[in-house]
Design a protein around this ligand. Structure first.
Ligand SMILES: Cc1cc2nc3c(=O)[nH]c(=O)nc-3n(C[C@H](O)[C@H](O)[C@H](O)COP(=O)(O)O)c2cc1C
Length: 196
């Protein structure tokens, strides 16, 4: 796996999700991967309007917003790591809009189906819904035909990168989440899949 894109699904710049993704991408780079980070903070990506005008070339979608740049980053990547804060038990509306607006990529011979998906989530609560948010990300990625790769850490449960943090930056104290994120980054850098 060579090209890894992190998408931080938080509207808060410099937040916990960005922090975890940065650590994941740094660990992947140390294994030789090329990485990019795209944060949704400060960006505008409107929900899909179901106008029926998706196309298989730029601008892909008639809505002229920050999704236009993200299409190209997504097409560049071999693997996409979707990071999300937990909002009311699931991924943010900002990240869900990305999955919905990625629909035109179906028209490019199902472009995302030859890419790997992975996920990280940060919630304030110890049982705040991180696992469910990650599962919802997986499900959306599977809807795009992506191949989901989890972590491979022991002991039980560390296959998912679940951070516990509230205030921005607090995640720096969650050593388990950081270790899991770095483990997933290394794994993604080394994973090569031949797509059928
Ligand atoms: C609208 C909203 C809903 C939230 N819902 C949850 C939740 O269901 N469970 C939880 O553990 N934390 C919840 N939180 C807290 C955030 O997940 C937490 O602060 C996280 O660290 C934010 O990540 P960020 O710094 O990347 O934005 C919520 C925060 C907001 C603003």
């Amino acid at each position: 796996m060579k090209r890894i894109l992190g998408i931080a699904g938080s509207p808060r710049p410099g937040g916990n999700t960005e922090f975890l993704l940065e650590r994941l991408l740094a660990a992947a780079e140390a294994e030789g991967a090329e990485t990019k980070m795209f944060t949704l903070a400060g960006k505008t990506i409107a929900p899909c309007a179901d106008c029926g005008r998706c196309t298989n070339r730029q601008p892909y979608c008639v809505q002229s917003d920050d999704m236009q740049a993200l299409y190209d980053h997504m097409l560049w990547a071999d693997a996409i790591v979707f990071g999300t804060p937990v909002y009311m038990g699931t991924m943010t509306a900002q990240l869900k809009a990305v999955f919905d607006r990625a629909r035109p990529l179906w028209l490019m011979d199902n472009a995302l189906s030859r890419k790997i998906a992975a996920a990280v989530a940060v919630g304030e609560g110890r049982w705040g819904g991180q696992e469910l948010a990650i599962q919802n990300v997986y499900w959306a990625a599977l809807n795009h035909g992506m191949v989901v790769v989890g972590g491979a850490c022991l002991p039980y449960g560390n296959w998912e990168v679940c951070g516990v943090a509230g205030a921005a930056g607090q995640i720096a104290a969650d050593e388990e989440a950081i270790a899991a994120a770095e483990g997933l980054g290394r794994r993604l850098a080394k994973t090569n899949i031949e797509f059928g």
